[in-house]
Design a protein around this ligand. Structure first.
Ligand code: WTA
Length: 698
């Protein structure tokens, strides 16, 4: 048994992985007969010998005002340039070009959370008009132009895609902050991106309540100001135009109701600005190793090409499909696979405002039946929740899905089976798509008509994606060896992000430096992209994803950094030190447990614990609410003063913490264990050992 200090340095590759090999399930002949990619030979063209030329067919799904000259330019590796010389507009590609054929077809069907409120069927023509009017307002009233950044803090309402596409029309870079994040978190992101304009909404429905969201805008503007960024215009959509859903006052000269200002822009049209393929389209902030969220910058041409192609061939979207992705547009899944990918294909998308269990667990299936949804896309957390609250509900409704997707976290094989048997009625194929904010679109997945499904495993690399698993020294871990390692992608692809906004050095360091042997190389072969996940490759070429290796906790599929959680806890004046560790949770996959030690002279109390929870909600959002807050006499530490998170995580998860004799204060460990687990013996809980894999010391 290694000492705790050694264990913290232990390579993932040394941790053996054992699990039951699952039976594979073939797609139904009915699905195969209609699939967009069904010819087995079609995959041959995506070989490394044909790289990067095969990506031209991705770009050819789009309309370009000027065709590109160079498919991939590696001259400034690892800052890849895709479709260089090409010009296009994302809003034109998602809206205008569909008008000739699909003007009256629904782009979105908006389903309000309250069932008695009318649904809104927004056709491509409606979308075109609304995008033009809002673009014209953004340009002429808010004064933004190509290259400027605008922050959104919006929930799941059609005004969000309208706002995104309006920015794209002008070449303005949008940065949507998840609506469930706090005002503080929004302000920090607005400051980092240098946004002068904030687009928000007065309120929205969640669990049957009309939430006052405008209040967050005031906090956000203040937080941005403290970081040196003036937000001088706050554009407030109204959930019910003409009527206020927020009690928070409007600040004269700064805050404007969009529906009122829009009256001056009725019927206005804005020429789409033709942008370089490499011009940034949007920023999406996400969490990593440090406390500062990173703004992942995505390009226009390559990104749009990549999400359009994967929407067509992995999600298998046809123009006649009704497609419902339950993710929130505030995350990358929503950007790529609610807005940009499906709209580029002229799909009809369902946009649902609320939670799947409101007012009862039959809701998703009523929506699916009523709207004739044929493709369904959600996360393991939502599937677990739907199974728990209404295990037989899907059988009561007459919908039929042809394909379904899961994304965001590993899915347990038994949860997968319920999804397949009950939700999919054994008719629908499932794609388990593995990817991340930085990668723009899918990295691993089965091609649904061509590859059987394997519960709990994602699949091989998506066409054109070449994953490889390295151990810590850079040796490839062969397939079938049952050993885990760092999953990387060998060659660039058009969907990969361009850089971290304002921090190119961190971009190179975090994603490319670990396995690069020559930093001056211009050859993509020298720059594997490190994804940040642990993975295992089975003999059949399917990857199984084990989870993050970089101090990120995936809570209900949402990505939270342990440093961000700790920094939030440290804003409580009584707290001296804080450590956030993942604990396994039946519904959410993982949740944070927060350990704090207090400043001298301060007595532990429930009040302090409550303050810590409140601080996490205010600094980050309700999704950061911890499972437990523990006040400990001291943190277990190495002799060099590092907090041993792995020991704390072992205690939280009731796993043996191993040899701790090399710690500076080993006696503390047993005190902490008693505090958390009581006097009982250590009884490892099933599946909890896996959590430890995700806990790394610096
Ligand atoms: C995890 C979400 C297992 C993974 C699109 C990744 C998954 C992180 C899967 C990125 C999957 C995503 N199976 N794990 N199918 N999909 N993940 O940036 O740990 O919010 O690194 O992007 O989610 O999270 P992000």
């Amino acid at each position: 048994m290694p000492s705790a200090e050694e264990a913290s340095e232990m390579s993932e590759a040394q941790i053996a992985v054992h699990w039951k090999e699952e039976e594979k399930i073939p797609p139904s002949p009915k699905f195969v007969a209609q699939a967009n990619l069904a010819d087995p030979k079609s995959l041959e063209r995506f070989s490394l010998e044909n790289f990067p030329d095969f990506f031209e067919e991705y770009a050819e799904l789009l309309d370009w005002s000027q065709r590109w000259q160079t498919t991939l330019d590696t001259s400034n590796a690892p800052f890849w340039k895709w479709f260089v010389g090409g010009k296009l507009n994302a809003s034109y590609n998602c809206v205008d070009r569909h008008l000739a054929k699909y003007a009256d077809k629904a782009a979105f069907i908006f389903v309000p959370e309250l069932e008695d409120q009318p649904q809104v069927r927004m056709t491509y023509q409606d979308l075109y008009e609304r995008v033009n009017e809002f673009a014209s307002l953004l340009r002429d009233f808010a004064g933004v132009k190509a290259g400027d950044r605008v922050t959104f803090h919006m929930p799941m309402v059609p005004e969000l895609p309208v706002s995104m596409l309006a920015c794209a029309r002008l070449g303005v870079v949008h940065s949507q902050v998840f609506g469930g994040f706090s005002g503080q978190a929004c302000g920090v992101r607005a400051a980092d991106s240098g946004s002068r304009v904030l687009v928000t909404i007065d309120g929205y429905y969640r669990n049957g309540n009309l939430i006052d969201h405008k209040a967050n805008a005031d906090i956000a503007v203040k937080a941005a100001k403290e970081l040196g960024q003036d937000v001088d215009k706050v554009l407030v959509w109204r959930r019910h135009p003409g009527r206020n859903s927020s009690k928070t006052p409007m600040l004269e000269g700064r805050d404007y109701f969009v529906d009122e200002v829009l009256k001056g822009y009725v019927g206005k049209r804005v020429e789409p600005v033709q942008m370089d393929a490499e011009a940034p389209l949007f920023l999406m902030y996400t969490s990593g190793t440090t406390g500062k969220p990173k703004g992942c910058q995505h390009r226009t041409g390559g990104y749009l090409a990549y999400v359009a192609w994967t929407s067509k061939y992995i999600l298998d979207i046809h123009p006649e499909d009704v497609y419902w992705c339950m993710a929130d547009i505030g995350w990358i899944t929503g950007h790529s696979y609610i807005v940009y990918g499906p709209l580029a294909l002229a799909a009809t998308g369902v946009l649902y405002e609320g939670v799947p269990t409101y007012p009862d667990p039959g809701r998703p299936w009523r929506i699916a039946e009523e709207l004739g949804v044929s493709i369904f896309h959600t996360s393991p957390t939502a599937i677990r929740q739907m199974r728990k609250t209404g295990p037989a509900e899907p059988t009561k409704y007459g919908y039929h899905f042809k394909s379904m997707t899961t994304v965001g976290e590993p899915i347990e094989p038994d949860v997968w089976r319920w999804y397949y048997d009950v939700v999919g009625k054994k008719e629908a194929v499932i794609t388990d798509t593995w990817w991340m904010t930085e990668t723009g679109g899918f990295l691993c997945s089965t091609v649904p008509a061509l590859m059987p499904m394997k519960p709990g495993s994602t699949g091989p690399g998506a066409p054109g994606i070449f994953p490889i698993i390295y151990d810590d020294s850079g040796n490839e871990i062969p397939r079938g060896s049952d050993r885990a390692g760092n999953i990387c992608i060998r060659a660039p692809w058009p969907g990969v992000f361009q850089t971290i906004w304002g921090d190119s050095e961190r971009y190179v360091r975090q994603y490319y430096s670990k396995y690069n042997k020559n930093k001056d190389s211009k050859d993509w072969r020298d720059w594997p992209f490190m994804c940040g996940d642990g993975a295992v490759l089975a003999a059949d070429g399917y990857f199984r994803i084990l989870g993050r290796l970089d101090d990120v906790i995936k809570v209900a599929g949402h990505r939270l950094g342990t440093k961000e959680l700790e920094n939030a806890a440290l804003t409580v004046p009584e707290v001296a030190e804080a450590a956030a560790v993942p604990i396994a949770d039946e519904m959410k996959g993982r949740m944070p447990d927060i350990y704090v030690s207090l400043k001298p002279g301060i007595e532990p109390s429930d009040e302090v614990k409550k303050k810590v929870t409140r601080a996490l909600e205010e600094e980050i959002g309700k999704i950061a609410r911890p499972k437990n807050v523990y006040i400990v006499p001291d943190m277990p530490k190495t002799r060099s003063g590092k907090i041993m998170r792995r020991v704390l995580a072992s205690i939280s998860n009731h796993v043996d913490y191993g040899d701790i004799t090399t710690l500076a204060n080993p006696e503390v460990v047993e005190q902490v264990r008693l505090l958390v687990q009581g006097t009982g013996k250590v009884t490892p809980k099933a599946g909890h050992e896996e959590v430890l894999r995700e806990v790394k010391e610096e």
